[in-house]
Design a protein around this ligand. Structure first.
Ligand code: NAP
Length: 264
């Protein structure tokens, strides 16, 4: 098998750092991206020493247009990169009316724009090759936006819809595309106080979450919800959504609106 290389965003901490560890142990070379270059360098040295794979570090603020363009160019031009894990993301939103719009803009830049642009940079090359993988880390909040405020779950719903659309377009071309929906996972995205306020039965360790997500990847799951005990529930949700489809675009408004017009 040809040597694989994965570029992982947000690899300096939390879920991204665990992905780096697990993918290195599978024998793939790594390119680690985040802002805190010291943390990335420590992880790179450790993983290289433990696994022997080549690990490169790229410092980038993916909410910054110039930095993002630099990482896009690398994904577009470097034929050795066979996989992308779009993991970098922020939350940190209080109630919508209390949140600084600048924070919301930064969140959209990172959680939505960077995911879109990085996928767009690598997808044509992978599609042409008929191989490779894009793993997008979204969130269970994509399925329960009313329980969170307000832009964060919307960014994650974007990533879920985007990933499903990519699957439809790239799957038949041999590119593996997976959406991962973690529930509450013990990382620095939460304060200690926030984590302490959740029932322990709702909080997963990051290592277990990533191991389950990679097991789902190996099983060919397009959507992986690590905590979901019965995947038939997800299948039923997707089937209910699909059942709407024949009724979503029709020549006439539904009778309940009382506005149906004769066709002229
Ligand atoms: P985390 O521990 O805070 O790690 C976030 C990572 O993203 C860090 O490596 C951080 O590195 C990087 N990052 C943040 N801003 C960045 C920027 N502007 N440019 C480049 N990198 C940036 O959070 P996490 O929990 O592992 O989150 C990873 C992903 O999982 C996110 O997309 C999050 O939404 C998703 N998720 C998490 C949970 C959870 O409960 N933990 C649940 C569902 C989904 P630097 O600070 O060094 O840049």
């Amino acid at each position: 098998m040809a040597q694989e290389t994965f570029l992982i965003t947000g690899a300096s901490d939390g879920i991204g750092a665990i992905y780096a560890d697990r993918i290195a142990r599978r024998g793939a070379n790594l390119i680690l991206v985040a802002r805190r270059v010291d943390k990335l360098a420590d992880l790179a040295n450790q993983l290289h020493a433990q696994t022997g794979v080549h690990v490169e570090v790229l410092a980038a603020d993916l909410a910054d247009p110039e930095d993002l363009a630099r990482i896009e160019a690398r994904l577009r031009d470097d034929d050795s990169i066979t996989g992308l894990v779009n993991n970098a993301g922020i939350a940190g939103e209080s109630g919508f009316v209390d949140t600084d719009p600048a924070h919301l803009t930064g969140m959209i830049d990172l959680n939505v724009l960077a995911v879109t642009r990085l996928s767009s940079a690598i997808a044509p090359r992978l599609a042409k090759k008929g191989a490779g993988a894009i793993i997008n880390i979204t969130s269970v909040t994509a399925l329960m936006p009313e329980s969170f405020s307000a832009v964060y779950p919307a960014t994650k719903a974007f990533v879920l819809a985007f990933t499903e659309a990519l699957q439809a377009q790239l799957g038949s071309k041999g590119v593996r595309v997976q959406a991962v929906l973690p529930g509450i996972t013990r990382t620095a995205i939460w304060s200690d106080e926030q984590l302490a306020n959740f029932p322990p039965s709702m909080v997963m360790e990051a290592g277990e979450m990533v191991d389950a997500a990679l097991a789902g990847f190996d099983m060919g799951e397009p959507i992986t919800i690590p905590a979901l005990p019965d995947n038939a529930q997800l299948d039923a949700y997707l089937a209910a959504r699909a059942a709407l489809r024949p009724n979503l675009s029709l020549a006439h408004a539904a009778p309940r609106y009382g506005v149906m017009q004769a066709v002229e």
